[in-house]
Write a protein that binds this ligand. Sequence first.
Ligand SMILES: C[S@@+](CC[C@H](N)C(=O)[O-])C[C@H]1O[C@@H](n2cnc3c(N)ncnc32)[C@H](O)[C@@H]1O
Length: 261
Amino acid sequence: MGFMIEWKKVNLYIERTAIIMYIYFDQKETDVTAIAAQYPVTCVTDIDEIPEGALVLHYQPDMVSLECGNLEMHGDLTTMLPRLKRLNTEMLIKAAKPGNFPQGALAIDATAGMGEDSLLLAAAGFRVKLFEYNAVIAALLQDSLQRAAAIPELADIVARMEVVPGDSIRGIRELEEHADVIYLDPMFPERQKSGLIKKKFQLLQQLERPCDDENGLLTAAMEAKPSKLIIKRPLKGPQLAGVMPGYTVKGKAIRYDCFAF
Ligand SMILES: C[S@@+](CC[C@H](N)C(=O)[O-])C[C@H]1O[C@@H](n2cnc3c(N)ncnc32)[C@H](O)[C@@H]1O
């Protein structure tokens, strides 16, 4: 049985991680099964019941946002528009070499996050399946893509992007078609110091956890035999699971370790 919440102004309070969701859906029911499976969830109906400093997933009729005190973040792919105009200068696109693939080739983003890298791949012509195992991030991502679909410059691009909530290690193994490109960008174990990252992403960092199965992720990706496997790493960070790539595309702060098969 799913965990369904009747519509009205319903607030969900997730105790362990102090996440609170405000549900203001303009639809009859909200399925929070996936989130409740990952975090303890308590429903509250009054905003005053939310403890100060709690992390809040706020469902509004037209947007889902993550909030904590004065901080708020929601997906906004319009911020990527300037980068889409210079797509060929993007290192990820240089690493992926979309010209070597037919239009509509399949790229798997096994660690989707807020989908910015996937957007670059989709803008370059790939169909992209975006796997995201954190149910709260997946909800924010789905909302972000839904809103982007209404932006004329993004509509055609996001139409090629499909969010698949869940663990990509399993998802890659269950793919029903061959993946042309697999892209991995798991969170690096040494988190960036919070002062160095944009404030709004500090909220996301409370949810993300460093990859605890580098071997599993890399093995699943390699066993799928994509034509190309691309792994984003900090410029001076170790290789994922300690495996040497075929070649590397380097930038100022990050690098893309690539395997061509
Ligand atoms: C560093 S972020 C990726 C950022 C992303 N490249 C972007 O452009 O926004 C890593 C994300 O991968 C997710 N993740 C890590 N391992 C995963 C797995 N095995 N399956 C699905 N999602 C995973 C994490 O929850 C996190 O949201």
